[in-house]
Design a protein. Sequence first.
Lengths: 265, 1142
Amino acid sequence: MKLSGGPNRLVEYHCNICGCPNSEQAGRFHREITVCMSCGSNPRFRGIVHALCCGIFNKPQILGDVPSNLPVTGLGFSDSEIYARSLHRIFAYQNTYLHQQPMLDITSSISCEQYLPVDFVICTEVFEHIAPPLQRSFNNLRSLLRPGGVLVFSVPTIEARETVEHFPDYHRASLIDLGDTHILVNRTSDGHVQVFHDLLFHGGAGEVLEMRVFSQERLLQHLESAGFTDMVVYSDSVPEIGYYWGDLPHRSGNLLGYVIAARAA
Amino acid sequence: MGNSGLIDLLSRGDLDPFCTTAPRSGVPSAWYGHIPFAYWITKTLRPHRLVELGTHHGVSYAAFCDAVCRAHLDTRCFAVDTWQGDEHAGTYGEEVYKNLKAFHDSRFAAFSELVRATFDQARDYFQDGSIDLLHIDGCHSYDAVRHDFDNWRPKLSSKAVVLLHDTNVHERNFGVWRLWSELQQIYAGFEFLHEHGLGVVAVGNEVPDAMRELCNLSDASNIARIRNWFAFSGRSCIIEAEVSSLREEAAEGHKLLADRNAELHRLQETEQQMIAQLSAAGEQIRATEDQLQAARADYTAQTARNAELQRLQETEQQMIAQLSAAGEQIRATEDQLQAARADYTALERELASSNRFLRVLREQLATLRRTYGSAITEISRLSEDNERLKAIEDRLNRIVNSTSWKVTFPARRFGENHEAARKWVRRALTGVWWIATGQVFRHLRQRRQARQARAPTSDAASPSLSPCLPLLQSRHCPAAQRWYDKETPEVSIIIVNFNRSDLTQACLESIWRLTENVRYEIVLLDNGSSPNEYARLSEIGGRGRVIRLEANRYFGEGNNIAVEQARGELVCLLNNDTVVTEGWLANLVAELRADSQAGAIGPKFIYPDGRLQEAGALILPDARVRQIGKGGNPEESEYCVGKVVHYISAACVLMPRRLFLEVGGFEFIYEPAYYEDADLFLKIRESGYVIRYCPTARIVHHENASQREVQGISNIVEMNRITFLNRWRHRLAHPVSKCRDLASLTVRKTSGGRKAIIYMTYGLMLGGGERFLLTLAAHLASSQWEVSIGTGVAYSRTRLLNIGDLFGLDLTGVSLLTVENLDEPLDSDLLVVVGNEVVPPMQVLAGKGIYVCQFPFPTTEAYIRERLSWLNAYSRVVVYSEFVRRNYIAQARAYGAPAVPVSVVWPAVDAGRSETSGRGKLNRILHVGRFFSGGHCKRQDLLIRAFRTLCDSCSEKIELHLVGGMHIGPAHQAYFAHCQTLAKGLPVCFHLNADQSKMEHLLETSSVYWHGTGMDTDEYAMPWALEHFGISIGEAMKAGCIAMAPNRGGPQEIIDDRVTGYLFEDEFELVELTQEVFERINSNRVEEMRSRAIAASLRFSREQFARRWGELINEDLGATTTQMPVMVNSRASEVKSEGQPA
């Protein structure tokens, strides 16, 4: 992400979730780590809120300044409480989870049918963990929105032509805990057994398995095929709210991970 | 400078005793020795603001804060740290901060804060000249501590003192000593040397005298005395902290000891048990030495295997190879299993074939038995008739031969020749009989009672209702009632009462007293209250119009009926458990009229105890409702501003009457209650309007006072939530405004046509029978007939049209007729009546009658005998299928019913359904049928069970979608809940009361259709539990689904087995057939079956239905009676009617 002034530039910003003033050297900005001193939000969270406000109010807003109980509906996928708390106050918003109520499994159309179509959906850092087929889940994501509804989306992405699938023949698989390490045993659709080592987990060993790293280009194609339009990739920094990060090395390449907004056609 | 004050003070030891106790102990720190000084300086300096830079475990900071508490100072304290460590303290984990925060917040949170920031970041939070006491204990390098001092210097006040820790450390990179020596050149100060050293710098010019005294000490002995005194006091603190730490360790040791003792005790017990076991084992060992040898041999072999296993685990490649080999073995086993299944299937089919043969034999036997039974009954009846005839003949002979008969011969001859005299004599005799037997008095009494019962219904607003105007004494609030205007009201206030006349009275009185500046009328609908309750309601004085329903039509339908009767431009729906407040209605009206986009508006709801109940509401994504401000303070500014919301409780809502009716009022699918209001507001929003909250109108509402006693209310709420969700999930995703033309509320008149009444015995519901009759009604109405739907209780026209919408029928030409007395003749040329017994539920007293028997369900013999003769007046019985016809004829013969022609008319498949091929089909199984227990239950429970088996055996991911309405009643709710429980963990989706567009979507996307009625049922013992026809099977076939249904009852006439679908014997075969279909889902074979199914479904078109009815009616009423409508579907018109049985 580009930012003028070099790594020593002191970036002064107001968190768009709590409104608190902060400052940090540009070189120390990280997508997940550089937190607001007041609420603990990181640049990704602030980018999510920025994209949401631009989609709903057509202008950037500080969530703390928005009045309560607006007639706007929204859904989140295990959103961080740092901003979910504010969204719950402002909107008819529900945060959903995979293993606790209210539940929502994006790979299941039946699960998605348990919710009314909403005005916005926030889906951040989810799709790199879900089981194939991918397009079905993108279609399900679209089905959660009313026509014109706003999607705010993010996943780890790289500049590549194709998405890097860690388990390309994933069909029926089990994760096995071997004590000091984990392996994934997969049975492909034609019956072959595969064993995978060197797995990458998010949130600690054995927690959430990374299944793929998206190609930015392919990701946008998936969204378009599912029926999304007006896609905006927030690839430019927004220093006034502290939405910025530098290079993010990953074993599949340099990560982009920009926040993306789109509208349901 | 005199210094005796300070020295004397210290000489006396005049410090608080607490100053030698560390408030925070048990953590490592080099600050314990300075705690007495921390107390002294805090008490002496009395700082307004105290800041510590670098807090770590918080030993020093806790001492400062504790001193503030004990000295009752108004000091604000701040501890600044990142709690991540530095080069001198080392890095440490999050638990340090968490532990300190827990300790701190429970003691000092009232005046102190932990600021998690770097020193530079935190600096901006403090104003210049505001800090009286600054303790610097961060990074101890010279540059860092110099930076901190210089950076924070402007923040210090005129009486500020700075403490620098570690002034006496000269190792590693520590540089505080250097700063201290530089500061001594500028400021007065004092240094303690113990515990790494602590420098005290009097930076301000106005420090207290005692501080100045300390910092200006020059006498070495006094300096030493003070250092020693604080070092000695500090030593107590260190010892205290160590003792505390040791105590904690001792406590842990004790706990460990206790645990170990317990463990030891357990081990001793185990040892005793083991000794006993060993003893027993020893006996066994001695007794079975040979077995031991064998066990040893096994053990040796096991050890060898373990070694082998260990070697396998060490080599990764070997493991993979073994897994692959295992995979191959599994596949081979699966092949074997498949072969075994095939064998088993073949055997099953042979068995099924044998069963079919057996069934044929059973059927023949049953027919013979029935014939034998009928014959015996007939013989018995004939002999009884013979005996009765003989008795009558004997009696007649006795009369003819009697003297009186012979004597009266001339009189009889006179009567035969003189008609008038004969009539006079007959009447006189009849009169004598009426008086003599007391019949005349009984009859008069009955008439008087009937007149009394009808008394409240004198001012009829509609012939189908029982309206009255009893509320009408003006003793209540004459001043306020001047706004009551029954002729030209602006607002009609609609109140529904059900057995709560007390609440209704309070509500009415508040309206009469407090409603001003708006012309209004009150329409009070009594929803079938008990006679006593209704009598009490009638006694309430005041103005209003009452509509009395004979049965509870529930909240939504009650309001629909009342709104249709209302006269105001606006309607205000008001619950009877409310009390209005001053200006309520005028404010609502003004706010509604001020916003042209407002479709409905509601007030601020207050609980009787003054808490806020609702300031508008939002509908959450899972269709639950969030009442804004519930339980809060109604005066809070947030709730005192009008705004747009999703929803307003229908306990009080104002809207244009026109809009209420255009959007279709309250939907009946939510009966008995809940979610009908949310549905109404979404319909209004769908029409382009908004819902507003009006804070200046206030209503006191008891909330749910009338629903508390409804049985199973929590189940109803949850089921209606599902209904609401399913209905609006599709509709919000594909928005179309569905406003109804107001003209449709008035029946389209036809002229010159014949009159038909179609009597819905079971009310205006959403069942297959109702659909059959309403389809007929729509066709007759479009053929210039004057058609009325007759019902035993009143219904709204809104409901009739809503049902028509759900069935895809145009019912605008059909009117409603409430039939209060079945014994009175109805003015019609044709009466069509539906029933579930071999005899009809009512008589035909005028015109021709056709009885539609859904199935001759079992009932009491007395019931049938009483009505057998009624059949005589019917020209025909119509049934849905050959299967029903066979059963009807058999039962009619058994009861000796009059011979009436029985004709089959297949129900019509909805013309609106699209015909699709395999394109767009998903791995989806569909089932359509209402959820109810008993009778011909649709057996969704068995289908879910079969689906679980299918999921276990099929590699494809398949979904099961169950669509249907719900019968009202606890048993049916329990059945639905049971189905939900069975479906847990499976991809099963329930769609309650899906609308037409949702149905079409599901039909288009489903590959397979399952039907369950008749599964697991003995067709000879319980033929009524089989599917009578199965219209949804035909619909599914028309949409290109592969239909599967039990090989019993009506479905046998719809599906040509293995040609247009599948007929299965049991669950096992259903699963197997489905698996086969999904394995070949895109094959030509499946595609061809879809095409054949679509073609076959055209036999059940509405055109065929209309043609068949046309034939029957022409036959019964004469050829000139009607022309059935010409149909539009060209494909359908090509199909000949030969498929329809005659």
